[in-house]
Design a protein around this ligand. Structure first.
Ligand code: UD1
Ligand code: CA
Length: 464
């Protein structure tokens, strides 16, 4: 069995003033707990147990049944949280256990693996990962001696000399699992907060003649956790800048970073320009030489090369190459836009394919439709895909011309090179090459308006 991971996620986050578990608060749209799990899995650690407590069912719903969990019924401290996972530790006690805080999302693979090598190489019983930070307020201070470390002292228990130490506990520990089990229930709550501190393991293990040491991480943000809203915003700022830095190095152009938020898993090709107000979420992939923005939200969308998006929202869609979309367009899930398409202002497309070089210029809704190549939509065309109960598809074949204000009542098929006349409501299939027209007969009443005006003028002149 591989090494264990224990992620502490029981806290409420009182200082965060949130009604869900603090670890579900998001950094760049990803819950902090997920950041921590991702780093473990990238390090090859998959034997993960999450300690849940406050609103535990929300943690269950988030994790699904992929991970083992342990319930901490009352929050009595980080040491108490680990005690609740004793069964998990006992089930695999030959190797090491990595303990992490679910509210410190920037723990990284390099640190996890280097700290383990240090831990094993020095035959440590416990290795705490530390970092030096300019403002250590609130963190546990690392007290070093000639033989590793002697203690971790919490802010509230530290004397004035200890408060000057700026090497802090990141909350990430490697333990020899059996050694942790041996002293775990010796942790007492006789401190200023009346809590069972996991950090007390250091002195307990040393008292048993074991080795405790600290591994100082090169990652300057590893210790940063979010205890309140300000801290969470700070983590978002740090992550946002780090993600943008990577894209800058990769040859992505940013004109102004105002309102630009890019999730960590997004990929962007060389020469693409990202303008202000652009949010890129999920597993969005953008090709080369695109121009995205201003003001776009793009989520889980795959975009090819030479695509221009101006004021567009796109969710779970695929856009091929040489496409221009916007302004004010929404692409909803399962939209597939092929090469050379032009989509203009105030257009919504949902669960539809738009064929090569088709133009949807303005004020149009295309839902549940299969649209061919070189189709032209006039202004205000609507596919009526929903009859109040069921949804149906519309098929529009290559080279068709959909006149302005056409309603296409699905299920309906417009044949190849067929036309629909402006203002028509089409309820029957239109054969290839035909014109469908559905309008009331126009009746012209000569002189009606002139006569009416004359009558009104006469009435007013009598009143005077
Ligand atoms: C803890 C450390 C501190 C370290 C800091 C790093 C202790 C005593 N202190 O302080 O040395 O510098 O993390 O971020 O360990 N949790 C539970 N159950 C509990 C209490 C906490 O599961 O009863 C979880 C929380 O959800 C959180 C993590 O443990 O994910 C850390 O708890 P928190 O209260 O934030 O500890 P800190 O005060 O930040
Ligand atoms: Ca914390």
């Amino acid at each position: 069995m591989p090494d264990n991971v224990l992620i502490l996620a029981g806290g409420q986050g009182k200082r965060m003033k949130v009604k869900s578990p603090k670890v579900l608060c998001e950094v760049l749209g990803i819950p902090m707990l997920q950041w921590v799990i991702n780093s473990c899995e990238k390090s090859g650690l998959s034997n993960i147990c999450v300690v849940k407590g406050y609103e535990a069912e929300q943690i269950d719903a988030f994790l699904g049944d992929k991970y083992v969990t342990a319930l901490q019924k009352e929050r009595l401290g980080t040491g108490h949280a680990v005690m609740q996972a004793a069964e998990f530790l006992n089930s695999n006690k030959d190797g090491n256990t990595l303990v992490l805080c679910g509210d410190a999302p920037f723990v990284d693979t390099e640190t996890i693996t280097s700290a383990l090598a240090f831990h094993n190489g020095n035959k440590n019983s416990v290795t705490v990962v530390t970092s030096e930070i300019s403002n250590p307020t609130g963190y546990g201070r690392i007290i070093r001696n000639n033989n590793g470390i002697s203690a971790i002292v919490e802010q509230k228990d530290a004397n004035s000399e200890q408060l000057l130490v700026n090497e802090v506990n990141s909350g990430c520990f490697w333990f020899k699992t059996q050694d942790l089990i041996d002293i775990l229930f010796d942790i007492k709550s006789d401190n200023s907060q009346g809590e069972y501190y996991l950090t007390d393991c250091i002195t307990l293990l040393i008292e048993k003649g074991k080795r405790a040491d600290a591994f100082k991480s090169l990652n300057p943000v590893i210790s940063l956790g979010a205890n309140d809203r300000k801290g969470l915003l700070h983590l978002n700022d740090i992550a946002r800048e780090a993600v943008i830095d990577v894209h800058l190095e990769n040859g992505v152009e940013f004109t102004c970073l105002d309102g630009v938020v890019i999730s960590p898993e997004v990929s962007i090709g060389v020469g693409t320009k990202i303008q202000q107000g652009v949010t890129l979420r999920g597993k969005t992939v953008i090709g080369e030489n695109c121009n995205i923005g201003p003001n776009c939200i793009i989520e889980n969308t795959k975009i090819g090369n030479n695509v221009v998006l101006n004021n567009v929202q796109s969710y779970d869609a695929v856009l091929e190459n040489n496409i221009s979309i916007g302004p004010f367009v929404q692409l909803r899930p399962n939209t597939h836009i092929l090469d050379g398409v032009k989509i203009g202002d105030f257009v919504e497309i949902k669960n539809s394919t738009i064929g090569k070089n088709t133009a949807v210029a303005h004020l149009t809704y295309v839902g549940d439709s299969d649209v061919g190549a070189n189709v032209n939509f006039g202004c205000g065309a609507v596919t009526a895909n929903h009859n109040g109960e069921c949804k149906f598809r519309t098929e529009i074949c290559d080279n068709a011309f959909i006149g302005c204000n056409t309603n296409l009542v699905a299920p309906v098929k417009i044949g190849k090179s067929a036309y629909t006349a402006a203002g028509s409501t089409i309820t029957k299939d239109v054969p290839d090459g035909a014109l469908a027209i559905e309008r009331g007969t126009v009746s012209i009443k000569d002189g009606f308006a002139t006569n009416r005006l004359a009558a009104r003028n006469e009435k007013f002149s009598k009143l005077k």
